[in-house]
Ligand binder design. Structure first.
Ligand SMILES: Nc1ncnc2c1ncn2[C@@H]1O[C@H](COP(=O)(O)OP(=O)(O)OP(=O)(O)O)[C@@H](O)[C@H]1O
Ligand SMILES: [Mg+2]
Length: 359
């Protein structure tokens, strides 16, 4: 696949699309090698993409219909928590269409002019991947509406009162936007995507398939029970599953006899402090703060984030969705609350006047 980042001031993602916040299981500071290892495990085609059957089927229809018509498909928005395959799918879309992928991201586009430069350099049928699209600045967003709908960009020439906008028409192209926070996208932008795929956490069967596939690619023999154990502790997330697999491989190589069996998996996961539910340090810090510092809540997200020394957005997009899905915390209008399962998981007694009862 001819994949290239856009030139000029628009910048680009690192190609793996991984925000620092999702590095924490091997963190702090997972390095370039880690990213390269991740890129090597990316599925390259829709058939190779494990799970997410509904999104895969829908996307396959959109792409094949467009291919049949010989036209660029509608713009695609991919949303969901980190590490579930948004960047991977964007790359697959370009590959399936037999075209190249141009990569940029919301934070990389500082000014509308940066986006205009990227748009006006697009070639017919190309896919423009905009990662973290919810972080685009307002003026760039407005420029994008027009480009997506009318395939036109107004190039501003001159400055001040003498400035004028020259409309420049663009060849047909497809925007693939990715976001961990679809709710932050303004409605007019959301409406310009003809297809929205929401990626949800994977069940452990699918994660087991991810791990088995990755072990095959890495050329390491993986016992069935070990694959099962890793999958069960991967917080519903393929990125985490692949990371844990690599950590188990490390353990087996250094402390074991190279065999990736159940004992090696358990021992490695213990070293990396991944618990029975797959919760890692941040998850547990959030739970513990909620229970022990705030009596189970309710407490505002930003207060909780400060207490665990993290950005509010990290807690909200990385830790919280999985904790909510596992029934460990609840979201109420007055803030986050710990459920009885959270207390039980930490081995703590909930207070008898527990606020959760009031939810
Ligand atoms: N369905 C899948 N099948 C197999 N592997 C997958 C799948 N989805 C994701 N992966 C693996 O997980 C890793 C992370 O996926 P990806 O980078 O696409 O996530 P993302 O949704 O873009 O995350 P972020 O929001 O952090 O950018 C990839 O390197 C890939 O190997
Ligand atoms: Mg990504």
């Amino acid at each position: 696949m001819a994949e290239h980042a856009d030139a000029g001031s628009a910048g680009h993602t690192d190609g793996t699309g991984d925000p620092v916040s999702s590095e924490r299981i091997v963190a702090p500071g997972a390095d370039d090698l880690e990213r390269a290892a991740e890129a090597a495990l990316r599925p390259r085609s829709l058939d190779d993409f494990v799970g997410q059957k509904i999104v895969r089927d829908q996307l396959s229809l959109v792409l094949h219909a467009a291919l049949g018509r010989g036209a660029a498909p509608d713009h695609v928005l991919l949303s969901g928590p980190p590490g579930l395959g948004k960047t991977t799918l964007a790359m697959i879309i370009a590959t399936e269409l037999g075209t190249s992928l141009r990569v940029t991201s919301g934070p990389a586009i500082q000014h509308a002019g940066d986006l205009a430069a990227v748009l006006s350099s697009l070639e017919e049928g190309e896919v423009l991947f905009i990662d973290e699209i919810h972080r685009l600045a307002r003026p760039a967003e407005e420029l994008l509406y027009v480009a997506m709908e009318d395939f036109r960009v107004d190039v501003v020439v001159g400055k001040g009162a003498g400035a004028s906008a020259i409309p420049l028409s663009l060849p047909p192209f497809t925007v693939v936007g990715a976001t961990t926070r679809a709710g932050l996208l303004p409605a007019p932008l959301r409406d310009r995507f003809g297809f929205t795929g929401h990626l949800d956490f994977y069940d452990s069967e699918d994660l087991e398939r991810v791990v088995v596939r990755s072990a095959g690619l890495l050329g390491v023999p993986l016992a069935h029970a070990a694959a099962h154990e890793i999958a069960g502790r991967s917080r519903g997330t393929p990125r985490v599953a692949n990371r844990l697999l690599r950590r188990v491989r490390d353990w087996a190589q250094v402390r074991g006899d190279g065999t990736l069996d159940l004992a090696a998996a358990r021992a490695a996961l213990e070293v990396y402090e991944v618990d029975r539910l797959g919760l890692d340090r941040l998850d547990r810090a959030v739970l513990r703060a909620l229970c022990t510092r705030f009596g189970g809540g309710p407490v505002g997200l930003s207060t909780l984030a400060v207490t665990v020394g993290e950005e509010g957005e990290t807690v909200e997009t990385v830790a919280e969705p999985y904790l909510v899905r596992e029934g460990l915390i609840g979201r109420t209008p007055r803030g986050r609350v710990a459920t009885p399962a959270a207390w039980a998981h930490l081995g703590l007694e909930p207070p008898s006047d527990g606020l959760f009862a009031a939810v």
